[in-house]
Design a protein around this ligand. Structure first.
Ligand SMILES: Cc1cc2nc3c(=O)[nH]c(=O)nc-3n(C[C@H](O)[C@H](O)[C@H](O)COP(=O)(O)OP(=O)(O)OC[C@H]3O[C@@H](n4cnc5c(N)ncnc54)[C@H](O)[C@@H]3O)c2cc1C
Length: 431
């Protein structure tokens, strides 16, 4: 068992790395983004806190997030940026209470430099692992105990408190926070252990699936020969076909890979995409191709040469039907020009599937929010049990929304834990 000793406590307080004798106020299972943030906030409020982490190093996903620069939040955050299969407004109270301005202020106080990129995305300009280190240092200063290499495999309620098991070690706690994340990106320690713990406590799951992941295309004619486009990256508008009942679309960069489409545009669409659903690509969202084809100078050019001024030639050759591509525009009928404009603005593809867990930044689905209080993250089934972060069925778009959810849900739980303890002290039922 690895123990990170808080600077304020000596080894004698730690009983040789064994659990403290007295029950702790809060035991947090999972030392990732949400777990560490919750630990810090709860300890700031005066609660005793223990974090149990399965791997040897806390915050592994946080440390690699945002290409190593942690896209930690977004300037604009609304519940519509999240997918929740229960109440679509489930995340609203937590998001309203913990805003992007608040995490920006934390970054300022931690002296972590930030930058705003496209679409309001807020990134660090220093390595993301610095954020993990600062969170852990804060936890230590506040007296939290963080035990690594401690995979929790059982939780029991006993006389109004909890007994938590990791191997043959038993931990006593008044409240438990499940912050175990999801099995996405197993290379960084993602696992489904949190789902199993929640299920054993009676919570239902919305079936988890990889999200924020590339979409796979067939290499055959149905896939429109896109394999030949591997390596091309360009801004597009991507949307899901309206018949799906979803009218969602995003303008962002798309990358063709050897087996499908990736890049921010595709990753965003993957969150809402379902099997069999068609994806529409507009390769020139800021242009009107029909007007371009009709312009006075266009007639003496071929569609192929005209569009190659705006798009990569390989893509133009893939999109345009042979019958019209190499003919002068002046020779084409209105119907043929419409076919060309539609090929560029409404390219319809039906992905075969999505990339697996190893390529997914997150999992959609998770602990069903119907049994969770939205303002506090407390279980409606088991008082004193809280579920936060990606383990819940709340999944954000690409752009800093998932880390923001980790902060906001952790904050909501910590605030409630603090007020519950204050109430217990007032009523004389704690300590
Ligand atoms: C490559 C990559 C890049 C990303 N980039 C971004 C980004 O830039 N912006 C963004 O918003 N989101 C990003 N994400 C998503 C974001 O990292 C996660 O949504 C976020 O870390 C979730 O926080 P969490 O605390 O819920 O889970 P995690 O951070 O995954 O933490 C869960 C922790 O629980 C531990 N654990 C699991 N089971 C047990 C157990 N039984 N006992 C003890 N411990 C356990 C795990 O080891 C882990 O440390 C990225 C994800 C990946 C994979």
């Amino acid at each position: 068992m690895n123990l990170l000793i808080p600077s304020s406590l000596g080894r004698k307080n730690l009983s040789n790395g064994r659990p403290p004798r007295r029950p702790t106020d809060v035991l947090i299972i999972g030392g990732g983004a949400s777990g560490l943030f919750c630990a810090r906030a709860a300890a700031q409020a005066g609660l005793s806190v223990i974090v149990l982490e399965r791997t040897a190093s806390p915050g592994r996903k946080l440390s690699i997030s945002g290409g190593g620069k942690a896209n930690f939040s977004n300037r604009q955050i609304t519940p519509q940026d999240y997918l929740c299969h229960g109440d679509p407004n489930f995340c609203q109270p937590a998001l309203a209470t913990y805003t992007p301005a608040m995490i920006l202020e934390e970054m300022r106080q931690w002296h972590l430099p930030v930058e705003e990129r496209s679409h309001g995305q807020l990134f660090l300009t220093v390595p993301a692992r610095r954020l993990t280190q600062i969170l852990m240092a804060d936890c230590r200063k506040l007296g939290c105990l963080i035990f690594c290499n401690n995979a929790v495999d059982g939780i029991r309620q006993k006389h109004g408190s909890f007994e938590v098991c990791s191997g043959d070690v038993r931990w006593q706690a008044r409240s438990v926070v499940l912050a175990c994340g999801s099995p996405a990106w197993p290379q960084a320690g993602g696992s489904g252990a949190g789902y199993r713990l929640a299920q054993r406590l009676g919570h239902e799951l919305v079936p988890p699936r990889p999200a924020l992941t590339p979409l796979c295309l067939a290499t055959s004619k149905d896939g429109m020969g896109f394999a030949a486009l591997a390596g091309i990256s360009l801004p597009v508008r991507i949307s899901l076909e309206a018949g799906s009942g979803l009218d969602r679309g995003w303008e962002d960069d798309l990358l063709f890979t050897h087996d499908g489409i990736s890049g921010p545009a595709s990753l965003k669409a993957s969150l809402f995409w379902q099997e069999g659903m068609a994806v529409l690509l507009d390769f020139l969202p800021q242009q009107q191709v029909a007007a371009l084809l009709d312009s006075p100078d266009a007639g003496r050019h071929t569609a192929r040469s005209l569009l190659a001024r705006l798009l990569p030639q390989r893509l133009v050759d893939c999109l345009l039907p042979e019958a019209v591509a190499r003919r002068k525009l002046a020779e084409l009928s209105r119907k043929q020009r419409t076919i060309i404009a539609d090929a560029v603005h409404r390219c319809r593809i039906v992905p075969q599937g999505r990339g697996g867990l190893k390529k997914a930044e997150v999992c959609a689905g998770g602990v069903n929010t119907d049994a969770i209080e939205p303002a506090t993250m407390q279980s409606r089934l088991i008082p004193g049990l809280y579920v936060i972060g990606e383990l819940l069925d709340v999944t954000g778009l690409l752009g800093g929304y998932n880390l923001h959810w980790a902060w906001a849900s952790a904050w909501a739980a910590a605030r409630h834990l603090a007020s519950a303890k204050a109430t217990a002290i007032f009523n004389g039922s704690s300590l």
